[in-house]
Design a protein around this ligand. Structure first.
Ligand SMILES: O=C1C=CC(S(=O)(=O)O)=CC1(O)O
Ligand SMILES: [Fe+2]
Length: 353
């Protein structure tokens, strides 16, 4: 057999952006009600097995698939690549890494062309595709938008035990770091990396993993995030709100996190910033800085650090979860009240310039 290619000898696929997530949900009707009637996403197609959803600015078939299943899980995080040839490049790259790789014919996922699915070295089910069915873009269908109109899928956030290892893996894939959270001992607690010219397509959160922390959709204005909160209140469904609304330190985005009927976490996020220049500087935060995750210093509720979704392998089996060995952010920043905010905290350490 030919010798295994030297790591780095096989170029990574040219990834454009985070494109869609496939979530397993236990009650599709309840999930459809949450994502469509409450969050306002648009149904592109629905059948016995799945609901295919998109946001108003999107013209690809979907950015979220809700697939019926026994227990809640992540079935795939899908990245769009720049051309059909880059799907082959993804296959070559991951076969060289020696991980499970599966070619998928066009239509294996409704609306998606030929694709490759892998279980990556971090244990996550990823898909790489180029061709996808185009459907009407509703970015100016203001008659259909609610006041909280969601524009597009923005990023994935995953929980990994070893953030530094995960960051190296994503940098090898051609992602660039925009922000991170570090400890005085240089422990890496979290990292944000991008391919499209925004703060991130993928965020790495230190913790027991592999698990999905959240998927995030973006709106164009703060008021739309607030409207989502007001609408949940008006429908007496504010219990779906887990954290926020607030202003992030990292990314500077205005945000709210909600939990769906299966407790999958979704972030509605707006006004981060442009990151497209080649010399874009990394912004590093000190883990002791109480404004790193919320710019006004609101506590990060413990469930936000602790809870996340199971991820599946290519056969639909839950992946084993490995404990984080390094310090946990919640422990090093949690005050006596159990929140990650202690008024007598160590001096506010702002982002290093
Ligand atoms: O998208 C994000 C941007 C910033 C943050 S943080 O809570 O400000 O670190 C979390 C997040 O990864 O969800
Ligand atoms: Fe996020």
């Amino acid at each position: 057999p030919a010798p295994a290619p030297r790591p780095g000898a096989i170029p990574p696929p040219d990834i454009v952006r985070a494109a869609y997530a496939e979530l397993v949900v236990t009650d599709p009707a309840a999930s459809r009600e949450f994502y469509v009637d409450l969050l306002g996403l648009v149904v592109t197609h629905e059948d016995e097995d799945a609901v295919y959803l998109r946001a108003f600015e999107e013209y690809l078939h979907h950015s979220l698939v809700l697939r019926r299943g026994e227990s809640p899980a992540l079935a795939a995080l899908a990245y769009r690549v720049r051309s059909p040839g880059e799907v082959d490049a993804a296959e070559r790259y991951y076969r060289a890494l020696g991980v499970p790789v599966e070619r998928r014919a066009a239509g294996a996922t409704r609306g998606i062309g030929p694709a490759v699915r892998v279980v990556d070295p971090l244990g996550f089910p990823l898909e790489f595709f180029y061709a996808a069915e185009h459907v009407p873009r509703l970015h100016q269908s203001y008659d259909l938008h609610g006041a909280g109109a969601i524009a597009r899928l923005d990023h994935f956030n995953i929980v990994v035990p070893d953030v530094a290892r995960a960051e190296r893996y994503y940098r090898d894939l051609g992602f660039r770091v925009t922000e991170d959270i570090r400890g005085a001992d240089d422990t890496l607690y979290a990292s944000w990396l991008h391919r499209k010219d925004t703060v991130h397509d993928i965020a790495l959160t230190g913790g027991d993993g592999p698990r999905l922390h959240h998927i995030a959709f973006s709106t164009h204005e703060r008021g739309q995030v607030l409207h989502v909160c007001d609408l949940l209140g008006a429908r007496r469904r504010s219990a779906h709100i887990e954290r926020g609304p607030g202003r992030h330190g990292v990314s500077n985005a205005f945000y709210v996190y909600v939990r769906d009927p299966d407790l999958h976490r979704v972030e509605i996020y707006t006004t981060d910033y442009y990151t497209g220049d080649p010399d874009h500087p990394v912004l590093s935060w000190d883990v002791r800085d109480n404004q790193r995750r919320d710019w006004w210093g609101n506590p990060v509720v413990p469930s936000w650090y602790a809870e996340a979704s199971t991820v599946l392998d290519l056969a639909g089996k839950p992946q084993p979860v490995f404990a984080r060995e390094e310090n946990s952010e919640a422990e090093v920043t949690v005050g006596a009240d159990g929140f990650s905010f202690a008024r007598d905290a160590s001096p506010q350490v702002g982002p290093s310039t």
